[in-house]
Design a protein around this ligand. Structure first.
Ligand SMILES: [Zn+2]
Length: 155
């Protein structure tokens, strides 16, 4: 069953010479004919896979942040609002953990992978934006709740 992990499947990586995407089944680059060192190719394919999953996970973190903004709106609905508020509260604690996991997996433990690879830079930007959405959601929650309390106290 270990073949499911892709040992035998050719994996995609960028040719070190011309930068075109080729795979580990090739003995030489299909674009510039540079010879492919199988060991290096395996490492590069692995690096490529790590970078794409960093990118995907960064997008998921952004989705989580947007989900929090939606939960914030939903928490003020009379019906189901309490459940949304509880979910939002849970996300406030879970979100920083997601970010920590991302950094420990895709920044602090990278082996030989350039942290300034375009996709990693892009991913970090996505995480920064997600963190801004996260912060803005919490601030908005506090402000709206305070306003509602003032309004209901006057009424
Ligand atoms: Zn090439």
């Amino acid at each position: 069953m270990s073949s499911i992990l892709g040992q035998s499947e050719p994996q995609v990586f960028a040719c070190p010479k011309c930068g075109e995407m080729i795979n580990t089944s090739m003995a030489q680059c299909a674009y510039c004919n540079a010879p492919v060192d199988p060991q290096w190719a395996a490492w590069a394919a692995n690096a490529q896979a790590t970078i794409s999953s960093a990118f995907n996970h960064a997008n998921n973190i952004m989705l989580a942040a947007r989900g929090m903004a939606v939960l914030l709106l939903a928490s003020f609905f009379p019906c189901g609002g309490n459940i949304a508020a509880i979910a939002l509260l849970a996300m406030i604690f879970v979100f920083p953990i997601l970010i920590l996991i991302w950094f420990s997996k895709y920044q602090w433990s990278l082996q030989g992978i350039d942290k300034n690879h375009d996709d990693l830079k892009q991913s970090r930007k996505q995480i920064m934006k997600a963190a801004i959405v996260y912060g803005a959601t919490i601030i908005a929650w506090v402000i709206i709740t305070a306003l509602l309390m003032i309004v209901s106290a006057k009424a």
